[in-house]
Design a protein around this ligand. Sequence first.
Ligand SMILES: NC(=O)c1ccc[n+]([C@@H]2O[C@H](COP(=O)([O-])OP(=O)(O)OC[C@H]3O[C@@H](n4cnc5c(N)ncnc54)[C@H](O)[C@@H]3O)[C@@H](O)[C@H]2O)c1
Ligand SMILES: [Zn+2]
Length: 358
Amino acid sequence: MSDTPLPPGSYRPATDKWGAFSKLAARLPEGSLALVDRTVVKHHPGLLPALEARNPRAIVQITGGERAKNFASLEKVLTGGLTLPRSGTLIVIGGGTLGDVATVAAHLLKRGVRLVQVPTTLLAAVDSSLGGKGAVDLIVRGNVVKNPVGVFHYADEAWICPEFFTSLSDAQRREGAIEAWKMVACLDGRLFRKYMRQAPTLEQLVKDGRRLKESVCAKDPYEHSGLRRVLNFGHSFGHVLESLSRFKLSHGDAVGLGMRCALDVGRRLGVTPEPVALQVEQALEQGPGILGRDRIASLIQRTPLKDVVDLLAADKKAGTSGELRMILLTGIGAFDIRDVPETEWRQLWSAWKNGIRP
Ligand SMILES: NC(=O)c1ccc[n+]([C@@H]2O[C@H](COP(=O)([O-])OP(=O)(O)OC[C@H]3O[C@@H](n4cnc5c(N)ncnc54)[C@H](O)[C@@H]3O)[C@@H](O)[C@H]2O)c1
Ligand SMILES: [Zn+2]
């Protein structure tokens, strides 16, 4: 483990270790606290013995999933860490939901302990285990409000153990891949063109996605300058579609469709050149495999426009006076942040409703 003078949780460039979990586990200080996704334990029987060999203070097991991202889980982890010293380490082995809970717990325990992230979903590997953010959800009048209570607490290390990805479903892989391709489309044109010629391996995708997200977070580690907004490409309409599907559509698939919408808006405003939009859209279809426009159509068919306006306004990506602030591509690997008037995106509505490219 690195012996840096920075207090735990402060920003530092990500330290990634790649390898088999059983090998990397030797790096874990004895007496650490572990949070593990029970689903991962079921798929990977070697996980618990490798952890137990490090004499952990406690191993808290929780079944991962959005429903686990709550105060009850947080309390379980905090209770498991009661005797952890301030110099102690919390290690989390799981997807983005448990990673988020662990980030909050690491921030609160003894006012900040060391955190090691071991992402077990592709989404967590390319996105959530990096960048320091963690949060839990709240239930307000029966509805889940996502991420209102959160912290910044950077992981000291991330261990990428490709063996964990072998138990992911195709849909889970697609979801992580869409988020990684999203970053490449906005930030690295040369790499995107390389991907268009030959689809990347899973390992390459994780490496590239992490490098690009890290490059953005390094410039704006505590989200002060708005630079990190680029990571929201495809998320404005993506969140609307996710909501309209009542979360039956996975977040990644919703973002894939949201990117189609963002490319349309970009073309409509003259920000995204037609050939760029066409190439990116085709690459996203052939690469990670975004869903078709028929899915947008079926989701919005019976939705009054007013509901969409409300959903967009409620989205935290809207500007301070409620305008729709979107990431639009100006080229492959280049973007601009624009305020999009309602009158503009409304022009696209009937095409979207009919499942055709405007
Ligand atoms: N903190 C951030 O910056 C950030 C960024 C993006 C997303 N997020 C959050 O991440 C969460 C989504 O992450 P996720 O998709 O990893 O969700 P998740 O943790 O719910 O994992 C998805 C499902 O996969 C299972 N699973 C985990 N690893 C597995 C494996 N190796 N094999 C088989 N099944 C496995 C889990 O038990 C769960 O059922 C959301 O809550 C989102 O808000 C956070
Ligand atoms: Zn996302």
